[in-house]
Design a protein around this ligand. Structure first.
Ligand SMILES: NC(=O)c1ccc[n+]([C@@H]2O[C@H](COP(=O)([O-])OP(=O)(O)OC[C@H]3O[C@@H](n4cnc5c(N)ncnc54)[C@H](OP(=O)(O)O)[C@@H]3O)[C@@H](O)[C@H]2O)c1
Length: 245
């Protein structure tokens, strides 16, 4: 039975993953985090998602090392750690269409939420994950973080933070190939998914390319289930396509 640590359980994709993980018979407990949205309808209450699976919610600021450390110190076993937290826009800022729109504070916020937490999570969950039989350290990054695949430009801060997150995950996979060979590290691209993160940018997306959170969660779980058939350190899309870094 798996113990799962899921960061960003209050988000669109994170909440859908929790709901589906609760339906499985190989998951005993989910340690889920929220940050600012405990009262939102997407979060629900403890136990809402299933009867057999325990969901333990914690408020964690994943940009704050002490907050991350305290949360992980209270979790005795982790088989899968899934980071679903992320940031693209807020009421003040939208992704840059041109470099003239760059704001230092926005760049730093993207790096702080989209990149740094992967390092903090790895630092403080590593020893626990190393004891798992078939461990997984997965983070949802984004295809727009691919340098090779970048054809449109723009979105400087978000793209840079996701590319940096990919680099962190790749390096981690190399380190853990030696020190934690039982753990697969993966960067996941979920596809464009109807959540509050993508809401301002959905109008130009073809309906068949805009996934529901349920569809994305099912596709991502299928990828997570197959990770131990492959080497660690891959950048994989929802449909299993290997993406260029
Ligand atoms: N949706 C898409 O089309 C799409 C496409 C490509 C990649 N992605 C990536 O997929 C991931 C999930 O996105 P989503 O669409 O589900 O977004 P979302 O619905 O906006 O959820 C974002 C999550 O991140 C959490 N979060 C933000 N800042 C945090 C912080 N400082 N500490 C802790 N948690 C924090 C939020 O918590 P609170 O709400 O509680 O503050 C929320 O749970 C992100 O990494 C995103 O970049 C999404």
């Amino acid at each position: 039975m798996k113990s799962i640590a899921l960061v960003g359980g209050s988000g669109g994709i994170g909440a859908a993953l929790i709901a589906q993980l609760c339906e499985r018979d190989d998951v005993s407990v989910i340690h889920a985090t929220y940050f600012k949205s405990p009262a939102s309808s997407s979060l629900g209450s403890i136990g809402q998602f299933g009867t057999n699976t325990e969901v333990q919610w914690s408020c964690v600021d994943i940009t704050d090392e002490q907050s991350v450390q305290q949360w992980l110190a209270g979790i005795p076993t982790i088989d899968w750690l899934i980071n679903c937290a992320g940031f693209l826009h807020d009421t003040q800022t939208r992704p840059e269409k041109s470099v003239s729109q760059l704001q230092t504070a926005n760049f730093e916020k993207n790096m702080q939420i989209n990149c740094l937490p992967n390092l903090l999570l790895a630092k403080h969950a590593g020893d626990t994950l190393k004891r798992a039989e078939k461990g997984v350290f997965a983070a949802i990054t984004a295809k727009v973080g691919s340098i090779e695949d970048n054809r449109l430009g723009g979105w400087y801060s978000y793209r840079a933070s996701k590319a940096a997150a990919n680099m962190v995950l790749k390096s981690l996979s190399i380190e853990w190939q030696r020190s934690a060979p039982n753990v697969r590290v993966v960067a996941l691209h979920p596809g464009t998914t109807a959540t509050k993160l993508s809401a301002p940018f959905q109008s130009g997306v073809k309906p068949e390319k805009l996934f529901s959170t349920d569809k994305t969660a099912a596709l991502l779980l299928a990828q997570l289930d197959q990770l131990h058939d492959h080497a660690s350190g891959r950048f994989v899309a929802y449909d299993g396509e290997e993406l260029p870094w």
